[in-house]
Write a protein that binds this ligand. Structure first.
Ligand code: HXC
Length: 258
């Protein structure tokens, strides 16, 4: 891998977009490497949480690579959009919980990667935007679909139609960032949250992620049915028996993740 660094720390996988000279701009190769790396992590049973970040102290990712896109035709644009979506869909659907550690600019395709993560933690210098209309295009990595689901249609339309950047505090007020922390505390905050989530019954966390994601796609009645089915599945696990027996015996649970 040329542009993606993967670090494994016990139950955490840290994925770093590493192209700092272009503020981690996402060309096709970067997207392909993100997809390959997430595909690898997806099958690592010991990994419970993925933290996605950018290298350097200025950018998470400043968007899709404009130097690449400037020469591309409609079909190439659509292919690039396909790569953006594949990466986002992997982040959203994978068994592990995904946390975006937003260490600076998260623009365009970079912002869209954060939207596909389960949780966003922003450093104080983080800036979010979908500036595509300033370049004559529209968001192509799920931005028109996911932003409104997170912050509401009105605010999403304003951000997408203006291309304006918002800072970390504004992102927090909108519910886009779960927390804002000093830059130097960003990774440790993400690690601590990741470890806490990893200490829970991880198959139950995955079932909960599946259920919450369903709520964005299906109506309430069918979502409630899906919740019942997933809860039934949770009742069939070792960890359900262990979690409840441990509670009653006043001891710590020993989860086996099934
Ligand atoms: C290619 C980029 C880039 C990008 C920055 N760079 N963003 N290269 N694609 N998206 C490069 C610059 O060309 C420059 O390279 C170096 O990174 C540093 O950037 P500067 O502009 O000099 O830094 P600064 O003045 O601090 O401004 C930072 C910035 C600005 C505000 C983030 O770079 C910027 O506006 N970038 C573009 C952001 C954007 O429009 N993103 C959306 C892309 S569209 P050199 O070689 O000159 O040092 C998109 C669509 C997704 O994401 C869907 C597609 C299907």
């Amino acid at each position: 891998m040329e542009f993606i660094k993967l670090t494994l720390e016990e139950e955490l996988a840290i994925v770093t977009i590493d192209r700092p000279k272009s503020l981690n701009a996402l060309n096709s190769q970067v997207y392909q490497e993100i997809i390959a790396t997430l595909g690898q992590i997806k099958d690592m049973d010991e990994i419970k949480v993925v933290i996605l970040t950018g290298s350097g102290d200025k950018a998470f990712a400043a968007g899709a690579d404009i130097a690449q896109m400037v020469h591309e035709d409609a079909m190439a644009g659509r292919r690039l959009s396909g790569l953006c979506h594949d990466a986002a869909n992997l982040l959203e659907g994978m068994r592990q919980v995904t946390i975006a550690a937003v260490n600076g600019f998260a623009l365009g395709g970079g912002c869209e990667l954060t939207l596909a993560c389960d949780i966003r933690i922003a450093a104080e210098n983080a800036r979010f935007a979908l500036p595509e209309v300033t370049l004559g295009i529209i968001p192509g990595g799920g931005g028109t679909q996911r932003l409104s689901r997170i912050i509401g249609v009105g605010r999403a339309k304003e951000l997408i139609f203006t291309g304006d950047q918002i800072d970390a505090q504004e992102a927090y007020r909108m519910g886009l960032a779960n927390h804002v922390v000093p830059k130097e505390e960003l990774m440790d905050t993400c690690r601590a949250l990741g470890k806490k989530i990893a200490s829970r019954a991880s198959y139950a966390v995955f079932l909960a992620k599946t259920a919450v994601n369903s709520s964005l796609e299906i109506d309430l009645k069918n979502g409630a049915e899906r919740e019942k089915d997933l809860l039934g599945l949770a009742f069939a696990t070792h960890d359900k028996r262990e979690g409840m027996e441990a509670f009653l015996a006043r001891r710590a649970p020993d989860f086996k993740d099934f």
